[in-house]
Design a protein around this ligand. Structure first.
Ligand SMILES: *Cc1c(COP(=O)(O)O)cnc(C)c1O
Length: 412
């Protein structure tokens, strides 16, 4: 019922909520199939941020005047909204950062450098985004730690048996993506954390591709850190979240010093502010926090179950239509997937494909997708990828199929 109603609303006005989608590119209606790189923004998000700048902006915390109080309240409300969205225990566990990348760097610097020693080990998977590889490599190089890598099965699922065998008495952290930005694979995070916790090892989950597509409950997942970016979930660029269990965050040293993160400053010694301020030095992205709040409201007004049903139906449709194209090969066939399809077509280079499709107004991505180890493990120089959002529709798939036939013709 709810899904059906939403299906109707979908045809009528979800697409219209996103002003950017209403334009022609090279004379053809825009077909945006790159939401996994960054989603588009609904009017509600754009308007919330504009309203803030037109009516309520001042720096937060330090003011004793009305505008500053208003901005402070709006910023606090955004944090409370994020807490609800991922079901954290406390708003003190929600640290605002610039995005997923910064959140992982914060964890690597603060948690990593204070906890890891020479000979310690970090477990990651081969399907990680560079943001969940390079900060750990930098940490490993600086403290003399080692990185162990979970391989994949041919389906694109994690090799869970291999994962369980990677633990040693020196394992200090597991850093793993909730959903792959290339294969779309959704990893069994509850199982992953349960296995790690049996070895007393904490788990950091990269949720960048999960928050727009799945209901995320950090208490149910029992992960120790969870990180994501607003811009992939219909919110603005420039803000993201590091969730951490309170006891862990309390024991971690700050990573950047400055205003807002202190309790007392003197030249004989400085004491730090309590959570979450300890990790938020300097003026934060206030309008962006308000935009993130509006994005969560937008998602929850439609409802995650309806979003998931819509995306599952669209994925099924896309698999049938694309699978019918001669020479089309899906990369990654995990059972549980978010709305991401990686593929190759004949032996056409994905960049050529992307360039030709753009001339028909179709935006896809081609390359290594910030996951070079994964793409290399597939034995391919590059792959093409399409990814869906809340506003994607069958007509987008139809346009893509037509565009891919045209690509084959041009390059035949
Ligand atoms: C996009 C992405 C990141 C990096 O996010 P930024 O917003 O660029 O910091 C990390 N991990 C995954 C899985 C991603 O898709």
């Amino acid at each position: 019922m709810c899904v059906l109603q939403w299906g109707i609303r979908m045809r009528l006005d979800i697409h219209k909520d996103f002003p950017i989608l209403d334009q022609n590119i090279h004379g053809r209606p825009l077909v945006y199939l790159d939401s996994a790189a960054s989603s588009q923004k609904p009017k509600a998000v754009i308007e919330a941020m504009t309203h803030y700048y037109e009516h309520d902006h001042a720096n937060i915390h330090r003011g004793i005047y009305t505008l500053s109080e208003r901005a402070t309240v709006l910023h606090d409300q955004a944090r409370d909204r994020v807490k609800q969205f991922i079901n954290a225990k406390s708003s003190a566990e929600i640290i605002f950062v610039r995005g997923t990348t910064e959140a992982i760097n914060l964890a690597a610097h603060s948690y990593g450098r204070s906890q890891l020693r020479a000979g310690d080990e970090i477990i990651v998977s081969v399907m990680e985004h560079h943001a969940n590889i390079v900060p750990w490599q930098m940490l490993a190089a600086s403290v003399g730690a080692h990185i162990k890598v979970i391989p994949l099965l041919p389906t694109g699922d994690l090799d869970m048996e291999n994962y369980a065998s990677l633990f040693s008495p020196r394992t200090r952290l597991v850093a793993i993506t909730h959903a792959s930005n290339v294969l779309g694979t959704v990893n069994p995070i509850k199982k992953i954390t349960a296995i790690a916790h049996a070895h007393h090892v904490p788990v950091l989950v990269d949720g960048a591709q999960a928050v727009p597509h799945l209901s995320v409950d950090v208490q149910d997942l029992d992960c120790d850190f969870y990180v994501f970016s607003a811009h992939k979930m219909y919110g603005p660029t420039g803000i993201g979240v590091l969730y951490g269990k309170q006891a862990l965050l309390e024991n971690m040293p700050p990573w950047q010093g400055g205003g807002d993160m202190i309790a007392q400053v003197s030249f004989s010694g400085t004491t730090y502010a309590p959570l979450p301020a300890k990790f938020e030095a300097g003026t934060p992205a206030i309008a962006e926090a308000i935009g993130l709040h509006a994005a969560i409201d937008y998602i929850e007004t439609i409802g995650m179950p309806a979003i998931m049903a819509h995306e599952a139906a669209l994925m099924a449709y896309a698999k049938t239509r694309l699978g019918d194209i001669p020479g089309f090969r899906f990369i990654g066939m995990a059972k549980e997937k978010v709305g991401v399809i990686a593929f190759t077509l004949d032996d056409i280079h994905p960049h050529d494909m992307g360039t030709i499709l753009d001339r028909s107004g179709i935006a896809i991505r081609a390359g290594h997708h910030c996951a070079m180890p994964l793409v290399m493990s597939l034995g391919l120089p590059a792959v093409a990828r399409v990814s869906f959002g809340i506003y994607s529709r069958r007509a987008d798939v139809d346009a893509l199929v037509k565009g891919l036939y045209a690509v084959k013709k041009v390059l035949a």
